[in-house]
Write a protein that binds this ligand. Structure first.
Ligand SMILES: NC(=O)c1ccc[n+]([C@@H]2O[C@H](COP(=O)([O-])OP(=O)(O)OC[C@H]3O[C@@H](n4cnc5c(N)ncnc54)[C@H](O)[C@@H]3O)[C@@H](O)[C@H]2O)c1
Length: 328
């Protein structure tokens, strides 16, 4: 098996973050292969990426033969394929365990066996869960207190990527802030995108946990963070965790509502009590800035303007369509 320098396998490459990442990597001159099961019916996204120059393998990361085909000739892996988000994992606990934990371990082991040099794993700031003191931004070595199955699965795999399972591979975990903005595979089930759509569309928006902190990152900045890690010296990024975002982009939901309101006066907001999602974390993104010189280019207000522009231009025939969210 010959490893061709520069070929990058992106699992989940037809997803929200994945499709933006594939475009970013192609633009930077890399050869890109995608392994994706097109779980959300994104055939059109896959075809568009193919036209852009990516090689698409429609397959499942749980399937050994699909992994073998996808890894053949790849020198780097960006592992994004997953059952994404608390609601999706709670609805299908067994499937999510197989995809997010078992298949990730298998992919890592296969990658090592096939001579892959780098493995970048998409983790999440949700791992910080409910911080004991959210007034002090948490760094990568802070305590992980996941409050959902989804985050527990990410925490379980992080250790594997950084420790023994990645021996022989430069493994890096990027803990992404919650992502927003438009992407070839759009998601309207993410806070900024969902709130923006609903208010722009003059809907009644119910907001719970409005005082809890959370960081946000634009989808193209998330893609740039991945490219930055792939471009870095493996000695510098191997065995490391980086929070991916910007320290000044921590918001409470009530702040998000204010930002959106400044761009669209329509819609009504009610703040309600619900114990559903107790995540409360303020995150420091100084390590990725100091170590890799990575800084985001976009802010939440930029993203809100972008999403409103896309909605107003009619880019989404029906922005409430099932294809734009990960659960019914
Ligand atoms: N969106 C966020 O806010 C966010 C934040 C932190 C981390 N992440 C992580 O980033 C990654 C991408 O998330 P996203 O927002 O793009 O979600 P997404 O659901 O749009 O992307 C996931 C992709 O994986 C594919 N997939 C699912 N199961 C598969 C399987 N068994 N085999 C092959 N492909 C499969 C889907 O078809 C989809 O294209 C995930 O690992 C997620 O946990 C996302």
């Amino acid at each position: 098996m010959e490893t061709q320098e520069g070929q990058t396998l992106v699992t989940g490459g037809a997803g929200y973050v994945g499709s933006a990442t594939v475009r970013e990597l192609l633009r930077s001159g890399r050869r890109v292969r995608v392994l994706d099961s097109l779980l959300h019916g994104q055939r059109d996204v896959a075809e568009a990426l193919e036209r852009d120059g990516a090689e698409i393998i429609e397959g499942d990361v749980r399937d050994a033969e699909s992994r073998r085909l996808a890894l053949d000739g790849s020198s780097s892996v960006v592992h994004l394929a997953a059952i994404v988000g608390d609601p999706a994992c709670a609805r299908e606990p067994e499937v999510s365990e197989h995809v997010n934990v078992d298949a990730t371990r298998d992919l890592l082991a296969d990658a090592r066996a096939q001579g892959v040099e780098r493995f970048v794993f998409a983790s999440t700031c949700s791992n910080y869960g409910r911080m004991a003191d959210p007034s002090v931004p948490i760094t990568e070595d802070g305590e992980l207190r996941p409050v959902s199955r989804y985050a527990e699965q990410k925490v379980a795999i992080e250790r594997g990527v950084l420790n023994g399972e990645a021996a022989g591979i430069s493994g890096t975990c990027l803990r992404f802030a919650t992502v927003y903005g438009t992407s070839p595979r759009m998601r309207f089930d993410l806070t900024v995108n969902e709130f923006t759509r609903d208010l722009w569309d003059d809907k009644d928006l119910e907001v719970f946990g409005e005082r809890f902190w959370r960081p946000y990152i634009h989808v193209r900045d998330a893609a740039r963070a991945i490219r930055t890690v792939l471009d870095a010296d493996p000695e510098v990024v191997g065995g490391e965790v980086f929070n991916a975002g910007r320290s000044t982009e921590n918001y409470r939901k009530l702040d998000l509502v204010d930002v959106i309101r400044a761009h669209t006066p329509s819609g009504r907001v009610t703040f309600v009590r619900r114990e559903e999602d107790p995540r409360d974390y303020k995150v420091s993104f100084e390590k990725i800035k100091q170590t890799l010189g990575f800084e985001t280019a976009m802010t939440v207000p930029d993203g809100v303007r972008e999403v409103i522009g896309a909605l107003a231009a009619g880019r989404f025939e029906d922005p409430y369509d099932r294809r734009y969210r990960n659960v019914d």
